[in-house]
Design a protein around this ligand. Structure first.
Ligand SMILES: *Cc1c(COP(=O)(O)O)cnc(C)c1O
Length: 335
């Protein structure tokens, strides 16, 4: 059932390092007992609205509040002794930072998180709370690639990127593996899309476990580089998009994520900020859940196409729930 990757998309090195379903299965064993097996929730209101059966995989209930713990834990668990001593370095002011800091703490290795000076105070505090050593830099004057190289070279740290890494992709795929193993085969699966780690991993799992399932990625409408890349056949770069979906403000897909998405995903849709807010309200009012704006992307797209989904069994990934509670209130009241 694995469709071949178009050779033009790949060089030999990538061909060797692209993860497969076997890597997702190995990741699931590796993170078992460390990551939560998150609940699958249903809603009669959602089912009636769409005339379909919707299964929400709730990664807002994952450790540190998002699926990113899966990929981070899978990657750090595979460090050798030398790498463990040197520790991990990551660039992030968002969920990846917290995922790396928590995974490193659980595995007893040092973590350095490089954040821009203007990162939100709550995110800095959360990362420090998980034991991460936070290094700040001025994003307008300093090249972060250079900071990374220096830390890696001088201190023997290993850089783990937020999405463009085979172990990260394989770890993220474990959420959909759990979903399909719990509820059975699906007709369609909606997954939010930033750099594509979650979508690529999900596609590996779904293609194997539910071969006829249609797999859809969903991006913010303001930053549809993934859709453009998917349709044009090469990675499109854009400026940082203005959207409330801060987990999907990526500027381009990855070298590892793009070929998997190109091969296994059926289409990529977009959702507007207004649609995301409507979904945040739905999750809060109807399902009593706090979901961050990015976590609403998948359901927002599904909701917009009831005709296509009528009578279908549909998986929807809720990717995370980390939103400042005051901002959350402002989103819901429209302030
Ligand atoms: C990182 C993140 C995404 C996007 O994931 P990618 O693997 O970069 O596509 C979506 N939702 C949340 C909550 C995230 O933290």
């Amino acid at each position: 059932m694995v469709r071949p990757i178009r050779p033009a998309l790949l060089n030999d090195r990538l061909m060797l390092t692209l993860p497969t379903y076997l890597d997702v299965a190995a990741a699931a064993e590796r993170i078992a007992g460390k990551a939560h097996k998150t609940p699958v929730m249903t809603s009669r209101t959602a089912d009636e609205e769409l005339g379909a059966k919707i299964f929400f995989k709730c990664e807002n209930f994952q450790r540190m509040g998002a699926f990113k713990f899966r990929g981070a834990m899978n990657a750090l668990s595979q460090f050798d002794d030398k790498q463990r001593r040197g520790g991990v370095v990551a660039f992030s002011s968002g969920n990846h930072a917290q995922a790396i800091a928590l995974s490193a703490k659980l595995l007893g290795m040092p973590a350095t998180i490089v954040m821009p000076l203007d990162a939100p105070a709550v995110k800095i505090a959360a990362t420090k709370g998980y034991g991460g050593n936070v290094v700040m830099y001025d994003r307008y004057t300093v090249d972060r690639e250079q900071i990374g190289r220096e830390l890696a070279e001088k201190h023997g740290m290993t850089l783990i990127p937020p999405y463009d890494h085979p172990h990260v992709i394989a770890g993220q795929g474990t959420a959909v593996k759990e979903l399909i193993e719990e509820v059975g085969e699906l007709d369609a699966l909606f997954v939010c899309l930033g750099g594509g780690g979650l979508l690529a991993g999900s596609a590996l799992a779904a293609r194997q476990l539910s071969p006829h399932c249609k797999i859809y990625g969903v991006e913010p409408r303001a930053g549809n580089d993934g859709q453009q890349s998917f349709r044009s056949g090469s990675i499109v770069h854009i400026d940082t998009p203005a959207t409330i979906a801060d987990g999907a403000q990526t500027q381009h897909l990855g070298q590892h994520t793009f070929p998997i998405i190109q091969r296994d995903v059926d289409d990529i849709f977009t959702a507007t900020d207004t649609e995301l807010v409507a979904c945040m309200r739905f999750f809060a009012e109807r399902m009593k859940m706090v979901v961050e704006p990015t976590g609403c992307l998948a359901f927002a797209a599904a909701r917009a196409m009831p005709d296509m989904l009528k009578g279908k069994r549909v998986g929807v990934i809720i990717s995370g729930g980390n939103v400042d509670i005051q901002r959350f209130g402002q989103f819901l009241t429209g302030d």
